[in-house]
Each structure stands twice: as structure tokens, then as C-alpha cells.
Design a binder for this molecule. Structure first.
Ligand code: MSP
Length: 510
């Protein structure tokens, strides 16, 4: 962003079940974006965490014979561990059971109560616990099933505290009209705007029958509706993520909030209205990505078609999963996860194109030039131009949140470098001492092009990119995007081959 800082969030994940590839997807995309902004030199704050209150968690805990707190502790730890395995560089991991978060949620709610935005009323409606949401009758599937989970809804009726959501209709519409790109992609913007236009009902923001939650400060018989508690995490985290430092001033509002389309209404309708009511600035952009599908359906615990990311990562390495998801699932659209597709991209692209290129470049420099990259003789303006075009294309696509295209831009450069090896045939040049200059040029261009590609790919495959840089004798920490400029690397570096990048993965023993 223009002001040099970038605050980015993922949804906070429910602790009712183990994380799956769908959750990993959002965290990985967020991490790619966070790393990209860091390599542009921005002051990034990247937040993720877990959503731990409400009936959904309490019920799942009961089913497992645990207390809600035991369940939350255990599953939150699994999500946190997943972040580590994904190489996610989140700056904080929030839990909605953090005492600091709970206290701040209460104080925001009290302020809304004091300003007259919250009143007492009674409500009856069809409730889906898996969504933690009421659905109007016409939205239900035949047989009174939740439109998202396809499971039966139940009639819930009670006296609750209500937020005057309906009063924000005009202001929300005005915000949409004044900020055309604030929800991406456009179809989701239109969808959210339509929900507002069709009219908004006031929102019940407390529960009389749910014990596992944050008490309503002025009516402790009730707990705060879990979505209100959860949405506020984006704000409360800044107050205590770094002890002794209040980061609200530095990072609010979020520059980008990521999520899938299942929670569009909460983020694009309710959340901005809450912020307006609290007198807080709205996020600058919401990016609504598609679903990772498995067998034609959204991967989800409820559907039961989940893929456990941990064994995959153990087998192929985390960068393979990051790369696969970034390329396979066009950001903003649905994409299908298949083991075959994964394997094909792993061996066809990562191993054969990128891994092999590194091998060849390093071993040719070893064989023909004693392991030292020749100084640039200055004759490969077209390769230099291709590197510049890849860097520009990649940065432009990342800025437009078209991550898949951004990776494709760099991949074309990788393929171009592979072709360069074939066209120049260094093994032939090496036989003719009169062509030593050409050989120097070729080896320099290959090493330089690959170094630049590694920097551009760093947000997507960080560990592998760092290994490529180290193999090329470059500082693996030199990942700033400006360093992808032609000739910006350390000159006459000494190359060395570490372990194989993306080694062949043996078929699993039956
Ligand atoms: N706890 C709420 C969010 C509160 S945010 C204030 C919630 N949690 S969740 O565990 O169900 O996670 C939902 C998010 O996980 C989705 O919005 C999406 O980011 C990610 N995904 C879960 N399954 C997914 C797919 N199959 N595909 C893509 N993203 C998926 O909703």
C-alpha cells in the first residue's frame, strides 16, 4: 500500500475438527502475499488464528468427551502447528479465548450498547450450528437443510440482544458505491451489494443458551454471538500481539482480508456495519477466494472429503504444496485437488524444469569454469529483457491478486532458461577454445536468470528459493524483489550443489 505498511488477515479457523488442505490453502495464499509485500520492502503484519467459542465448538467437544477448553487447546495447537509446517510467516496467532481479546470484545460491545446500536428483542429462526447462522426460510434447501452444509437446521427462538444492522443499509450502499474495488472479485462485490440492497434484518448478537462464549458485559446470563466475537479478532489482536506496543495506530485498517465465499456476508455486510457503528475505519480490500474442491465438492469436514495436509507435506515437501495450490487453483475461482495433478506438477514442473535447471547450471559451471560464475561479458540483452519482463509481470499480477498468473510469468522465465541451455549447448562451446567468450556469456546468463527467478519465486517456494540462491553462491537472505534486477547479484560467485531440489518421490509402499 501507498503508506508503506501492509496489514493482512486470514479468517480464524474453527477448532471443531482437524485442519485440512482447504484451511492450508487460505493460509498459504496469505503467506505468499505477505512475503511478496515484505520483498517489496513494506512493513507487513500478517495475522491468523483460531475461532474457539460458540455452540459448534461446544457440541464437537462434547461428542469427543472433552471440555470446550480442552478441545480448543488441542485443536488450536494443531492449527498453529499447521502454520509452522506451511512455513507461514504470520506475525501473530490469535485465539479468541485469549483474555485480552475477550476483554476488548466486551468493551466494543458495551460501547455499541451505550451508543444505542444494541437493543433487546426476541427472535425465532432456522439455525444451522455448523454455520453458526440463521437462514431465512426461502434460502433453505428442500427438507429444511442448510444451504451450505446440507444438514438439518433447527428452530431457535429466544430473547436476545440485537444489533441495528438495518440502520446501516444506506451507509453500506454508499460505501460500496464509493469504493468499487473493495470486495474482489467483482462478482462477490455485486453479490454482497445485492444482499444489502435487498434489505437487512437486525442481527441477534447474543445467545441465551450458549454457555461457551464471552459473557455480555451488562447481561452475563447471555454470551456474545460467536461471529461478533470472531470478527473483532482483526482489531483486538493489534492491541496485544506485541506486549508493550499498541499497533492499532501503525496497522489499522487491514489492507487485505482473505477468505472463501462461504463467509462473504459476515465480512462484506456485518463486519463493515459493526465498524461503522464503532466509528472505526473499514478494511481497504476483501479478497474472496474460491473453494478447493475434492471430488467436485468443497473440501470440508461436514462433507467428509478432506485431505490431511501433514502426510502430503512430509512426502513432497511444503514448497510443492504451496506451488501446486498457487498454480492449480486460480485465485478467486474454485479449483480441484487431485493426487495425480499434484504429482504431475511436482515431477513435470518442479523436478524436471526447476530442479533440473539448477542441477545443470551448477554442474556446468563446475565442469567448465571451476565452479565460479563468469563475470558478465554483457552480450545477452534479450535474456536480461526477459528477466525484467518476468519481474514486472509477476509484480503486476501479484498486485492485482492474480497469484496464479504471477507464478506463470516466472515459470515462463524458467522454461526460457531451459531452452537457452539447449540452444547454446555449452557442452559443444566447451570443446572450442575460440568460443570461450560465448560459453562465459551463457553460463553467466543462466546463473543470473536463475538467481532472479529464485527471488521472484521466493514468496511461493521460500525454502527452495533460498536453496537455489545458496547453490548459486548468493546470499539466501537476499530476497528483496529489487535484487531480481539483471546484474544485481554478487559477481563471480562460487556455486555448489546441495541436495537435489525436488527429488523423485518413491511410490508409497502398499
Ligand atoms: N471461524 C469462521 C471464520 C471466522 S473469521 C472472523 C470459519 N472458520 S472455518 O474453519 O470454517 O474456516 C473457514 C475458512 O477456511 C474459509 O473462509 C476459507 O478461508 C478456508 N477454507 C475452509 N475450507 C476451504 C476449502 N475447501 N477451500 C478453500 N478455502 C477453505 O468460517
Amino acid at each position: 500500500m501507498a503508506d508503506g505498511r501492509f496489514y493482512l488477515t486470514t479468517p480464524i479457523y474453527y477448532v471443531n475438527a482437524d485442519p485440512h488442505i482447504g484451511h492450508a490453502y487460505t493460509t498459504i495464499m496469505a503467506d505468499i502475499i505477505a512475503r511478496h509485500h515484505r520483498q517489496l520492502g513494506e512493513d507487513v503484519f500478517f495475522l491468523t488464528g483460531t475461532d474457539e467459542h460458540g455452540a459448534k465448538i461446544a457440541t464437537s467437544a462434547e461428542r469427543e468427551g472433552r471440555t470446550p477448553r480442552e478441545q480448543a487447546d488441542m485443536l488450536s495447537a494443531r492449527f498453529r502447528a499447521l502454520g509452522g509446517v506451511l512455513d507461514a510467516t504470520n506475525d501473530f496467532f490469535i485465539r479468541t479465548t485469549d483474555a485480552e481479546h475477550e476483554a476488548e470484545v466486551q468493551s466494543v460491545l458495551s460501547a455499541l450498547h451505550d451508543s444505542g446500536d444494541i437493543y433487546k428483542g426476541s427472535y425465532g429462526g432456522w439455525y444451522c450450528a455448523a454455520s453458526e447462522a440463521f437462514y431465512p426460510e426461502p434460502e433453505l434447501l428442500p427438507g429444511r437443510l442448510c444451504p451450505v452444509h446440507k444438514t438439518p437446521v433447527e428452530w431457535v427462538e429466544e430473547e436476545n440482544w440485537f444489533f441495528r444492522l438495518s440502520a446501516y443499509r444506506e451507509r453500506l450502499l454508499a460505501h460500496y458505491d464509493a469504493n468499487p474495488g473493495w470486495v474482489l472479485p467483482q462478482a462477490r462485490f455485486n453479490e454482497a451489494r445485492r444482499m444489502i440492497e435487498l434489505g437487512l434484518e437486525d442481527l441477534s448478537v447474543s445467545r441465551a443458551q450458549v454457555e461457551w462464549g464471552v459473557p455480555v458485559p451488562w447481561d452475563p446470563e447471555q454470551t456474545i454471538y460467536v461471529w461478533i466475537d470472531a470478527l473483532l479478532n482483526y482489531r483486538t489482536a493489534l492491541g496485544y500481539a506485541r506486549p508493550g506496543e499498541d499497533m492499532v495506530e501503525r496497522y489499522w485498517p487491514p489492507d487485505l482480508q482473505l477468505m472463501a465465499k462461504d463467509i462473504l456476508k459476515f465480512h462484506a455486510v456485518i463486519w463493515p456495519a459493526m465498524l461503522m457503528a464503532a466509528g472505526l475505519e473499514l478494511p481497504r480490500r476483501l479478497m474472496i477466494h474460491g473453494y478447493v474442491l475434492k471430488g467436485g465438492e468443497k473440501m470440508s469436514k461436514t462433507t467428509g472429503n478432506v485431505v490431511d495436509p501433514f502426510p502430503f507435506i512430509e512426502r513432497y515437501g511444503i514448497d510443492a504444496l504451496r506451488y501446486y495450490l498457487a498454480r492449480e487453483v486460480r485465485f478467486g475461482e474454485d479449483g480441484t485437488f487431485t493426487a495425480e495433478g499434484f504429482d504431475a506438477r511436482y515431477s513435470g514442473e518442479l523436478a524436471n524444469e526447476l530442479g533440473n535447471l539448477l542441477n545443470r547450471v551448477v554442474s556446468m559451471i563446475g565442469r567448465y569454469r571451476g565452479g565460479v560464475v563468469p563475470a558478465d561479458p554483457g552480450g545477452d540483452a534479450d535474456v536480461a529483457a526477459d528477466v525484467a519482463a518476468a519481474a514486472e509481470g509477476c509484480a503486476a499480477n501479484f498486485a492485482a491478486l492474480d497469484l496464479s498468473r504471477g507464478v506463470e510469468d516466472v515459470w515462463r522465465l524458467v522454461q526460457r532458461l531451459n531452452r537457452l541451455v539447449e540452444q547454446r549447448a555449452p557442452w559443444t562451446l566447451a570443446k572450442d577454445p575460440a568460443r570461450a567468450g560465448e560459453l562465459d556469456q551463457t553460463l553467466f546468463s543462466l546463473a543470473e536468470g536463475l538467481r532472479a527467478a529464485a527471488i521472484m519465486l521466493w514468496p511461493v517456494i521460500p525454502g527452495s528459493a533460498e536453496r537455489i540462491l545458496a547453490s548459486l553462491g548468493q546470499d539466501p537472505a537476499a530476497t528483496a524483489l529489487a535484487g531480481a534486477a539483471w546484474g544485481a547479484g554478487a559477481a563471480e560467485a562460487t556455486v555448489s550443489l546441495a541436495d537435489q531440489l525436488f527429488p523423485r518421490v518413491e511410490e508409497e509402499a502398499a
